[in-house]
Design a binder for this molecule. Sequence first.
Ligand SMILES: C[S@@+](CC[C@H](N)C(=O)[O-])C[C@H]1O[C@@H](n2cnc3c(N)ncnc32)[C@H](O)[C@@H]1O
Length: 260
Amino acid sequence: TMAGFTGGDVYQEEFDPKAFLEYFNFGTNALGDECVIFALKHFCSLKGDTLIDIGTGPTIHQLLSACECFENIITSEYVDRNRQELEMWLKKEPGAFDWSPVVKYVCELEGNRDKWAEKEAKLRKAIKQVLKCDVHKSNPVDPVVLPQADCLISVECFEASCADLDAYRAALKNVSSLLKLGGHLVLCGDLGCSFYMVGTKRFSCLVLREEFLREAKAFRGPHSILRTRAHCNPDTSLQNRYSPYPVWGEGILFNFFCIF
Ligand SMILES: C[S@@+](CC[C@H](N)C(=O)[O-])C[C@H]1O[C@@H](n2cnc3c(N)ncnc32)[C@H](O)[C@@H]1O
C-alpha cells in the first residue's frame, strides 16, 4: 500500500549496504543462491559496447558476465552509502565485500573456472563511472549527460523505487532516454513480491505481475524475451527458513528476466 511505501528518503537514511550484501553470501542460503543463479545464467547472454546499470545498489553480480562483452560499464545508484560500498570494492579497500564465491560461480557457468581473478580485474576496469541516479528524474543521472548506451540493465530497482504501476511506467520512460534506439533494456526481479528486508528494516516492493511486464514489453517493440521461473516452495514455513528475503507478500515467488 502507499502508506507503507518506502521512498528515496527512507533509502538514503536506512538502506544498509552491509545488511543487503548478506543476500550474496553465496553458499550460505540455498534459496538465495537459486535466485542469484537464475539471474546469473541469463546475464551471460548480453552483448554490446556500453552498458548502464540502473539502481546498482552495493552489488556487482549483475555485471559479472556483461564485463566480458561491454568495455564501458556505468553504474548508477540513489543511496550514497551504496555508491561508497561499490567504490570500496572497485578500489580493493579493506572491508569491501568478498564477491569471489559469486565470481567463481559465474566463471564456472562461462566455462572458465580458473579465470575468476582476471574477471574481477576486467570488471574493475570496465566500470568507468559510479553515478548518482534517481529514476524519477527525466534524466535519471542529472546533472551528468550520458551518450545513449547499447544496453540498460536494472535489477529489482523500479519495483523498489516506485509506489505504483504508473510511477513504474514513468520511471521506465525516464530511463529509456539513456538507451540507443534498438538497444536492449534488461529487467530482472521477482513477481508478486510486496516487500523485502535489509537487515531488520522493511522496504516496500511494488507487486509485479507477468501481465504488466508483457504490457511494458509491448511498448518497447517485438524483439523481447520474457522468462519467468517459479522459485520457491509455497510452504511458508520453508520460505521463512530459506527465503533470501524473510517473508514474501504472496505464497510463491517467481523470478523474472526480460530483455526488451
Ligand atoms: C533491491 S535493491 C537492488 C540492488 C541491486 N540492483 C541488486 O540487484 O542487488 C534496490 C535498489 O534501488 C535503489 N533505489 C531506490 N530508489 C531509487 C531511485 N529513486 N532511483 C534509483 N535507484 C533507487 C536502492 O537504493 C537500492 O540500491
